[in-house]
Design a protein around this ligand. Structure first.
Ligand SMILES: [Ca+2]
Length: 224
């Protein structure tokens, strides 16, 4: 077989492969937080802790969670705690929501109430998803749910739980069962581009919706 013919064969392979492109959309809800319940114990990878005190992930006994390990922010004066996990939502993600369980022990406001917040840090800036001032205790575990993260579709971001206590009357904030879920959607269309070796032209296939899986199948024949 002459070497001059191999581009044509490769071209036919591309044609065959592209003709078998299949598009599949999953209706399932997808979880992207790992170790959301902190059940591996400290240091609870892939979570990362930044604190001037001991590990932020602790046994749940103190908080009466009854659920293995939890994360604890605050608890002493002048703390600046951050618990983070790096995440990404695909283009076209729909119904993306954050939820978590929490409990709060307030010991008084002092000059100003302590503050706990959840922020998505992006290259374009921070998006605050939730916050609370420790003006009074939340004595039973409650769920903060259905916090929309649709604005973060197509972005990588850092999910950050923060606790900032001042110089007196410290508050404690416990977290458990962190979850970010989404549904794959159609969203922004992406084009699959390829170079046709026969014509040298750039071709494209539109209509591959964001969040859809694209699979290419085929076989390669010996070209030389
Ligand atoms: Ca837990």
């Amino acid at each position: 077989m002459s070497k001059q013919r191999w581009p044509i064969l490769v071209g036919w392979f591309l044609f065959a492969a592209i003709s078998m492109l299949s598009f599949a959309a999953s209706g399932a809800t997808i979880e992207i937080v790992r170790n959301g319940g902190f059940e591996s114990g400290p240091p609870a990878a892939p979570w990362q802790s930044f604190t001037s005190r001991g590990p932020l992930v602790t046994p749940s006994g103190e908080s009466n969670s009854g659920n293995g390990f939890v994360a604890r922010l605050g608890g002493s004066n002048s703390e600046d705690d951050r618990l983070i996990q790096d995440l990404a939502l695909p283009f076209g993600a729909q119904s993306a929501t954050l939820s978590f369980r929490y409990k709060l022990k307030a010991t008084g406001n002092g000059k100003a109430p302590d503050r706990f917040s959840v922020v998505a840090e992006t290259v374009a800036g921070n998006i605050e998803l939730w916050s609370v001032l420790a003006t009074s205790s939340v004595t039973s575990w409650v769920t903060a749910g259905n916090l929309s993260m649709n604005a973060l579709a197509g972005q990588a971001f850092r999910l950050s739980f923060s606790g900032l206590t001042d110089k007196d009357q410290p508050s404690t904030f416990w977290i458990d069962d962190v979850s970010v879920r989404y549904e794959p959607g159609q969203g922004q269309e992406r084009t699959v581009a390829f170079l046709n070796p026969r014509t040298g032209c750039l071709g494209g296939i539109g209509g591959a919706g964001g969040g859809q899986e694209i699979s290419i199948s085929g076989s390669v024949a010996a070209a030389i």
